[in-house]
Design a protein around this ligand. Structure first.
Ligand code: PAD
Ligand code: ZN
Length: 353
């Protein structure tokens, strides 16, 4: 990534312009950096941002200039069947929220510049569709609030909204990065009796304890046997939060009868996953997936913010370091090395960040 100036055009009637306060380094952007997922170029990456509304288009009602907001990639139309049945995070008409061809919101020397997820949060300002932001409580510190837009929404939502973990359930979480740690605290909030954290990195396992893990297992071979042994027959829910076929298979293999493996990690574009057929049939287990917390973000983000303000959701320990935009490439090297939970870019002097 290089840091360059771009021109912003708008806001148009349904758009908002945000002065960015903070922006988290999520692994999803990294899939594009290394080419595991294709994207038209040039592009401004970044999707987990908080900031202050600077300008709104004439149709925008739910936020106003000066509001503190968080961005989310689950832009919705509000009119399709998915939106109308309460699943706007699966919106069928999401592309319609993008600007028309030839009307890019961002440009450089007259040439269009793309926005990852129609957002582009690694920047001082974002020009985005209004259905991509949620208002947050005024007293929410913006340098942690950004994490509500992806890591927290995705992780806590996977446990509570998708799996619907119940008090007493046993849970395993494979991959304890920024998202996985939030699956762990989502399971804790839901009352899980055992939460087994699995990661290759011992430091991540130590951090997992802070978020509610009751047992720690070093990743790699033998994980399935260890989890089955610890739980006397397997877990009710196993979450894969990395994006690799072998760990999806591990999640599936550590289920007890009737359990469900939840795929959260983003796989390499075009890749396959496989599961053994016989246990799939005989043990009535499921393999399900969860996108962006499986919940309308404008409902969930303010709720999760409130839980933070009440001391029930830990966001502070997710932030391993606050960095300047100029250190973004180093921040991603550290993410790839597995040494940080979340690095957060902060822009001085915006809101309370
Ligand atoms: P991260 O890099 O912070 O965390 C990944 C963790 O996995 C690290 O702690 C690694 O040490 C650990 N790990 C890697 N390989 C293994 C292994 N073989 N066994 C055990 N542990 C291992 O990433 P993140 O938390 O930001 O994101 C995790 C994934 O979730 C990533 O693929 C991202 O793109 C995806 C994601 N999905 C959604 C969604 O809606 N489904 C949303 C946001 C992010
Ligand atoms: Zn993300």
């Amino acid at each position: 990534m290089s840091i360059e100036d771009v021109d912003l055009d708008g806001p148009r009637p349904d758009e908002v312009r945000i002065r960015v306060a903070a922006s988290g380094l999520c692994h999803s952007d990294y899939h594009f950096i290394v080419g595991d997922m294709p994207h038209p170029l040039p592009v401004v990456l970044g999707h987990e941002a908080s900031g202050i509304v600077e300008a709104v288009g004439e149709n925008v009602r739910h936020v106003k200039v000066g509001d503190a907001v968080v961005s989310c990639i689950s832009t919705y139309c509000g009119e399709c069947t998915q939106c109308q049945t309460g699943h706007n995070y699966r919106c069928d008409d999401k592309p319609a929220r993008a600007p028309a061809i030839g009307e890019a919101r961002l440009s450089q020397a007259g040439k269009p510049v793309h926005q990852f997820g129609q957002l582009g949060g690694f920047a001082e300002e974002m020009l985005i569709h209004a259905h991509s932001v949620s208002r947050i409580p005024e007293d929410m510190p913006l340098d942690v609030a950004c994490l509500l837009g992806c890591a927290v929404l995705t992780g806590v939502g996977a446990a509570i909204e998708r799996a619907k973990v119940r008090p007493g359930d046993m849970v395993a979480v494979i991959g304890c990065g920024g998202v996985g740690l939030n699956v762990i605290q989502g399971a804790r909030l839901a009352g899980a009796s055992r939460i087994i954290a699995v990661d290759l990195n011992p430091a991540k396992l130590e951090l997992a304890k802070v978020f509610g893990a009751t047992d720690l297992v070093a990743g790699g071979d033998g994980v399935v046997e260890q989890v089955r042994e610890l739980t006397k027959g397997g877990v009710d829910y196993a979450f894969e939060v990395i994006g690799l076929a072998p760990t999806v298979r591990q999640a599936f293999m550590m289920l007890r009868k009737g359990g469900a493996a939840v795929m959260v990690g983003v796989p390499k574009f075009g890749s396959d996953i496989s599961i053994p057929a016989m246990p799939f049939l005989q043990q009535e287990v499921s393999l399900i997936s969860s996108m962006m917390g499986s919940v309308p973000f404008q409902v969930a983000i303010p709720r999760y913010a409130q839980l933070y303000l009440e001391g029930r959701l830990n966001l502070d320990s997710l932030v391993s370091q606050r960095i300047a935009l100029t250190d973004i490439n180093k921040g991603y090297e550290q993410l790839a090395a597995g040494s940080v939970a979340r690095s957060v870019i902060t822009f001085e002097g915006v809101g309370r960040a």
